[in-house]
Write a protein that binds this ligand. Structure first.
Ligand code: FE
Ligand code: FE
Ligand code: ZN
Length: 269
């Protein structure tokens, strides 16, 4: 959803399709200014969500945000956007803010990782209550975050690294070459060894239009792609994952999401 709707309206929309959490863009996914915070809307949202059992929400940074761009102007835009988003997040304390680490565009992953950590060091501050999530990427183009090691390296170089978590996107990791269909335990063991399973805070639950290791990143409806319903049943019921918040980013309108939530609730033991 987009925050141009207002927090209360987003929560009501989520409840109307039997969801108990939602993800929203802090501003237009392609960038631009965010709508001013309406404190009355926030107040109503906080009491409505409490009443309806929504305790976690996930904000998503715009796709255009690239903390490791080669162009300093693009990096400056990324920094200012993230700083503003983090400031706005404090109106809903203790929530999560997810971003794509970025694309290093020919500078190499090493430089990319340094630039991303540098930006995080510039915008994070000790009193913030928001957890910032790094999203696992599919490795298309020059994306940083295409493997667990790169995510780990960003965390290690960030001063307030204890405030960083990870959002695992099932389509992205499958496309990146982590076999969540054939060897979910193995993938999660590796995640634990390299990053630490405690860092895993949210799941983007998407099927993939492309086969394993395709490095493509094209989401498919649940059950219609290469991951498939059986694998999703194992994913949502896995002891390390089952209590995490799950977010659909499948190509759907609201009624499609409602159906998928119903399917997933049916598979959830
Ligand atoms: Fe994303
Ligand atoms: Fe995602
Ligand atoms: Zn994606």
């Amino acid at each position: 959803m987009s925050s141009s709707k207002g927090y209360l309206e987003m929560a009501k929309t989520a409840v109307s399709i039997n969801a108990n959490t939602f993800q929203f863009f802090t501003r237009n996914p392609r960038g631009g200014a965010a709508k001013p915070i309406d404190e009355n809307d926030i107040k109503e949202f906080l009491s409505y969500s409490k009443e309806h059992g929504i305790d976690k929400i996930l904000a998503h940074a715009p796709y255009t945000l690239n903390a490791c761009a080669a162009d300093p102007g693009i990096r400056e835009f990324a920094k200012n956007t993230m700083a503003d988003d983090i400031r706005r997040m404090e109106y809903t304390p203790g929530q999560m803010y997810n971003f794509h680490p970025g694309s290093h565009v020919k500078q190499g992953a090493e430089v990319g990782i340094d630039l991303i950590s540098k930006q995080l060091n510039e915008v994070m501050y000790p009193e913030m209550t928001t957890i910032i999530l790094l999203e696992t990427m599919s490795g298309k183009g020059s994306e940083v975050g295409r493997n667990f090691e790169e995510i780990r390296a960003i965390i290690d170089r960030t001063e307030l690294g204890d405030r960083l978590g990870v959002c695992l996107d099932t389509c992205h990791v499958y496309d990146a070459g982590y076999d969540v269909v054939g060897d979910l335990d193995g993938v999660l063991d590796e995640f634990d060894k390299i990053i630490g399973i405690d860092r895993l805070k949210a799941i983007h639950i998407n099927d993939s239009k492309n086969p394993f290791e395709s490095h493509k990143d094209r989401h498919e409806k649940i059950g219609d792609g290469y991951i498939g319903e059986e694998a999703f049943s194992r994913i949502i019921n896995h002891p390390s994952l089952r209590d995490l918040p799950f977010y659909l980013e499948t190509p759907n309108e609201l009624d499609g999401y409602q159906k998928e939530i119903e399917i997933l609730r049916g598979l959830y033991k």
